[in-house]
Design a protein around this ligand. Structure first.
Ligand code: HEM
Length: 226
């Protein structure tokens, strides 16, 4: 226990927490993005997928049992991820001399700047997004969770929502690009020779997530999904 606390208090311990919780969030967004693509199969398939999420684990667990476990894990991950990020930023500021001169450090600063601002943007997006599709705030005639398809179509009939979602998933793509790359560094997988490979992989996953998420609002506003 004492060893775990010491590790938690160290910079490397906080980075490890960021890597692990970030990976959990990353796994969630990949599954969520793939799941959302069921919208192209029509209302029945999409609503069936939403129902699957509610009933997964039954009858061993009560309805929504596993869903709640996943929610708790996800929420705990977000809280730990944000807390460790704030603490690391403070440590970084406290140890910073009078500014950076070297190019290499400038690169690192750009990555951490976009990670921080992107992280803040994603946090606010998440509140906005849960208000919409989970609590039905801002969706006219919210049709309930059994009609998730209808809610998505109504939500994205508003061009302001479409624009905000596209900006948000763009920020998410950038965040994941930098985040996945720094996770490889934290895990010590990144060497001078393999840097290009990991960077490419991180960029590819960020781009795929951006494309996968943004096709849904675009498909609705262009009338492909209605
Ligand atoms: C175009 C993009 C997206 C669409 C169409 C979409 C759609 C949805 C829908 C329909 C629900 C509610 C399901 C229900 O309970 O009826 C939902 C829930 C959720 N979404 Fe998204 N989503 C998108 C992007 C994102 C992104 C980028 C994130 C994370 C960064 C995210 C995180 C969540 C979370 C945490 C929930 C709540 C799950 C729960 O506990 O019920 N979504 N999304």
């Amino acid at each position: 226990m004492a060893a775990a606390l010491t590790l938690y208090r160290s910079t490397i311990g906080k980075k490890a927490i960021m890597a692990i919780t970030g990976f959990i969030g990353y796994g969630f967004v990949i599954l969520h993005m793939v799941g959302n693509l069921h919208i192209f199969e029509g209302p029945a398939e999409f609503n069936h997928y939403a129902e699957f999420l509610r009933t997964i684990g039954t009858p061993v667990l009560p309805e929504r049992g596993l869903l709640w476990i996943l929610r708790v894990v996800l929420l705990a991950s977000v809280i730990l991820h944000v807390t460790a990020a704030v603490q690391l930023t403070r440590l970084d500021w406290a140890s910073r001399p009078q500014g950076y001169r070297q190019t290499k450090r400038k690169q690192a600063t750009f990555a951490s700047m976009t990670l921080r601002w992107g992280g803040i943007a994603i946090f606010f997006f998440l509140i906005y997004h849960l208000a919409h599709f989970t609590f039905g705030v801002g969706i006219p005639n919210f049709a309930g969770h059994e009609s998730a398809y209808q809610n998505v179509v109504t939500g994205f009939s508003n061009p302001i929502n479409v624009a905000l979602y596209i900006v948000a998933v763009g920020a998410l793509g950038m965040h994941l690009y930098h985040g996945v790359w720094s996770m490889f560094q934290t895990l010590g997988l990144n060497g001078a020779r393999t840097d290009g490979f990991w960077r490419g992989l991180a960029a590819l996953s960020g781009i795929l997530l951006f494309l996968g998420f943004s096709t849904v609002p675009i498909a609705v506003i262009t009338g492909v999904v209605r």
